[in-house]
Design a protein around this ligand. Sequence first.
Ligand code: AMP
Ligand code: MG
Length: 518
Amino acid sequence: MQSLTSKIYKNTFTETFEGDETGNLTPRQTPGVLYSKALPSPVAAPRLLAWSDELATTLGVQKPETPEDVAVLAGNYVTPTMHPYAACYAGHQFGHWAGQLGDGRAITLGEWEAPDKRLWEFQLKGAGPTPYSRRADGRAVLRSSLREYLMSEAMHYLGVPTTRALSLVATGDQVMRDMFYDGRPEYEPGAIVMRVAPSFLRFGNFEMLAARQETEHLKQLVDWTISRFYPHIQGENKVLQWFQEVVDRTATLIVEWQRVGFVHGVMNTDNMSILGLTIDYGPFSFVDEYDLNFTPNTTDLPGRRYAFGKQASIAYWNLGCLANALVPLFDGTEELVKAIESFSDTYWERYYLMLASKLGLDHVRPEDIPMFDQLEKFLDTVKPDMTIFFQELIDLAEATEPIAPLAHFSRSFYREPDPVERNILQEFIESYRQRFASNTCSKEESLARMRETSPRFIPRNYLLHQAIEDLQKGDSKLFDRLQEAIKEPYSNKFDEFFLKRPDWASNKAGCSMLSCSS
Ligand code: AMP
Ligand code: MG
């Protein structure tokens, strides 16, 4: 284990690529460079609110013991071997080209070498302005930081590819935010998350170099990304193989989101990880009721571009932007087009496999597809609680006596199904029972598969909201409990949270929908 202060950090990104080394934080365009040196701006009174013990152990990071250690997590102390920088990237936001964006409030301090020699980017979110902050302050509030801290760790334990969070620090400073975008800004407590990932590179890093016609830089970044993060890719056509793998990983990521009911909320291309990780936790939410049209982001209304049911098609659209950016590296577009067109088949194949696991089926048979459709039709019409519904399905599959489905699933309903809807459920359960009985694997195997595919605990927005409100009043009980619960999402150990979203939370800001203000 090594301490945050005494560690020798690596800086392979800044040593490889051209950057603006002036340290000037004035907002500006930075053509010709992939990053700008940016020192964090100090905060008043850093206080450690949360620390990810397991992650720290894996990476070999000693728990902060001194004020200097905490100072590193707050941006108040930059050690001699760090080379802090903000990356320059661009992106498509809500379907439109937005030009240069960049790390407006994220600062990578350096790369931490873990005991297995792998390097992890240590990045502060909310550590003050960078050249990419545009008109904003480079800070983050406690509510959004707590959400990112808990949720990125929760996703990890759910088995979904994600960036991680090592620490949550209160800054002791106040940050002004207009949370409801209604012209009534208020001060809120500030916070900083130390995010950790092999890389925070996004589709937007590549898009920016293409837009600026910096083809040499683009090629250099692609080659570096392949050799550092996709070292198994060798031989001819490396760039094409790599793009194909980005397509595959992105398809897998979205299937994983659909599996647990996660809605990202801002799938702009600057929020799409080149490693296929969930990245940039903002106005995300789990679905409570199964609603393909649900978007948690108030800025996404009325179009609902980033709704639960649209995440796959948006991922495909975003991959199209990445492919466009890579065109200068190819002689023609044919191969790129072929790679991107594989998305749909890959996605659906994995999606059906995932659904089959949720249903405890041994594998996917062609005749299962109409049954899946029947189930989705029921879910998206009646909109039961997704998490509870799939848990009840496990009980139904386990039962040896026949069970009347309507009463059995009633715990998951936010409203009673009408007679037509009851029929759909009845028909689905009948075909499902027959299909389940024809499995070639044992019942125990099926049930085990179901239990490891459908989580029983998810950090619902209203729970996060309550934890934040309590913490702001000085009560950390719920936050502490949630930090435990996220580690065992498939067990019944935290059944105190095994409840539908309560009525009071249905239309409350922060509990069902959120603004981007963070
Ligand atoms: P997001 O929607 O969170 O992905 O952010 C889009 C862009 O806005 C990114 O370039 C962010 O770095 C930037 N940004 C968001 N909030 C702030 C802030 N408070 N200060 C500076 N930049 C920000
Ligand atoms: Mg972002």
